[in-house]
Write a protein that binds this ligand. Sequence first.
Ligand code: ACM
Length: 518
Amino acid sequence: MLIAVAITGITCNAALPLVPYPQQVKETGGTLVVPPVLTVGGEVSASTMDCIARELHGMKWQVITSVKSSGAFIRLKQNQKVQGKEAYRLVIHKKGVQIEASTDQGLFYGFQTVRQLLEADRKSLPCVEINDSPAFSWRAFMLDEARHFKGKEVVKRMLDEMTRLKMNTFHWHLTDDQGWRIEIRKYPLLTEIGSKRDSTQTGGNSRTNTYRIEPHSGYYTQQEIAEVIEYARQRHITIVPEIEMPGHASAAIAAYPWLGTAETRAHVQAKFGVFENVYNVADPRVRSFFEDVLTEVIDLFPGEVIHIGGDEVRYTQWLASSQVTAFMKEQQMNTPADLQIWFTNKMSSFIESKGRRMMGWNEITGDKVHDHVEHQAPQSTQLAKSTIVHFWRGDPELVRKAVEKGYSVVNSYHSFTYMDYTYQNLPLEKSYSFQPVTEGIPAEYASQILGLGTQLWCEWIPTENDLYRQAFPRLAAYAECGWTRQEHKSWERFNQIITHSLMPALRVRCSEKGIIIN
Ligand code: ACM
């Protein structure tokens, strides 16, 4: 069960089949025989214990749980000396398994480590002492369901895989030009009209003008969303919903034309790319619309952070609108970038008035991130300092600029973290090499980089099989980038574990569900 690879520069000689690899591993010699019935006992919440029992059941174990840890095979103990919300200490000795942490989440992560060891060998566990905690607090996976709706069972399967990998944030991209996928009770046409398109562009990144002439639709009722939120909560995963504004707006404008800036009618787009449709943020009705939408979103999602998109906004329609240009003049704004920041700050204040925090793609800073769009720097407006800037595009130096200005950053630099890229363009080793703290960031600002996100944009990912092909084994690489400190990372070890342990186990789980992955 130990993978016999000689690895230099890490704390053990032979790597345990674990991803993300723990910070400190000490093998103490010998093995622990695993009994046919597993007893799990200790001081965790009922929902965490339930989840642990279900995961062991899923591995075909008979499980007995108890609130007492004494005598149990897996003992979970609250210990305030284990510092850090997500940290745990795991000791496997000849008589049993002991997990200690100061939180439920830490105990749950300690269990995930044991679970990976059990998945690699049902019969015996190596005797070890592991002290572990994540390098970064933000370890996110983003799924774009606006372009191709997958549904809650697929989302739950992804949450299951995130759980195994100790990823703690699911970023849910729910609205875009090609579909609006979340029920908003005050505005039913968003889903009645905005969740449906009549055809879909095909052809992948070659972007041919060929279409599958077949309706595509789907959305989540609030009840279904609540079910997914609860499923994630039990697994200590927070969901960050993304409602795109002021661009990527076609589906909503198709539903309610008064949201738009141009006179021409918008359609739920069948084509992929960036469109000119933009919300008319100069109209107070449109700003009220967003407050209504965000109110329902905030009532539904309990997590702290609400993502407002903000990327790839085309300003053509704003500049052509007499209403928008008059409003800009009245507000003494010289550039459309100022208007975007002004609107973003309005949304930020609203989100903060509800006790939450706003996040958006890095265009919201007003920095130049696209070569192909004429850029005009904002002149009079500055993005609210409480914003989390989600860096995806532009010179990596922009990360430094953002942290120096005081912003928190999540790093999702596209050329390293976009899962929809081909393996030729983004090989696994490049994914694995990603470092959320960009080179050259002064040490005093490093803690403002909360971590990383990996994104699965689904323009060209219509099926669950496509999704798995793009996401695995990459998700494991990003999990390790987010959890394992740089000095403990090893591509050779990771690659061995992926090949011999993690991917074979994933293939078995997938084939049980009829999913084929390479
Ligand atoms: C993005 O890829 N437009 C965030």
